[in-house]
Write a protein that binds this ligand. Sequence first.
Ligand code: DC
Length: 211
Amino acid sequence: MTKVFTVAIDGPAAAGKGTISRAVAARFAFAHLDTGVLYRAVGVKGGDPVVVARGLSAEDLVRGDLRSLEAGQAASRVAAIPEVRAALLEFQRRFARRAGGAVLDGRDIGTVICPEAEVKLYVTASAEVRARRRWLELGGEDAPKPYEVVLAELHERDARDMARAEAPLKPAADAVVIDTSEMGIEAAVAAAVERVAAGLAMSGRIDAPGE
Ligand code: DC
């Protein structure tokens, strides 16, 4: 019988968390929650962020504009409000401990949402590498913003996410750090899958599916 097994994946923006989380979830048939989407949905909706966070609906999470740089900045701002974080906490905790296994990616999964997670990864990369990836995703030379602006905004978001009083971004003491600065995404996914497979083998909570 499948039991609870949580993979917590934290790290700064554009480090590769999303790709790694989706790959790990697919490989082990775990459910996946990109927790940044919750904060992005609150950030873009407008109005009182605490009221919005308390009444967030499924439709709010599938808006087309959630992936923009502006939505990321808005998310980072509302994410510093303790009442917003409190409103989103229970949903994330329940998701993390659902039967069958779950992967959650965000900033505070291993430290606050699920300190008991069986596997904790902290995925990071230098700010320059992350900004370049984001800029290339936006179209490179055709991007609406020059690389320098993307880098400056990333620094601003990192600083806000790391300096806030409530649930700041930092690796959990028992997190395994994966630095993707000089690693291809396949190698990063392989490193993450290896850690999860080792965690599953150690926990004996769930049978790892075959290759
Ligand atoms: O992972 P992302 O870029 O979609 O996150 C957007 C912002 O949301 C991020 O800058 C900070 C906030 N966030 C958070 O505070 N805690 C999380 N678990 C996830 C995101």
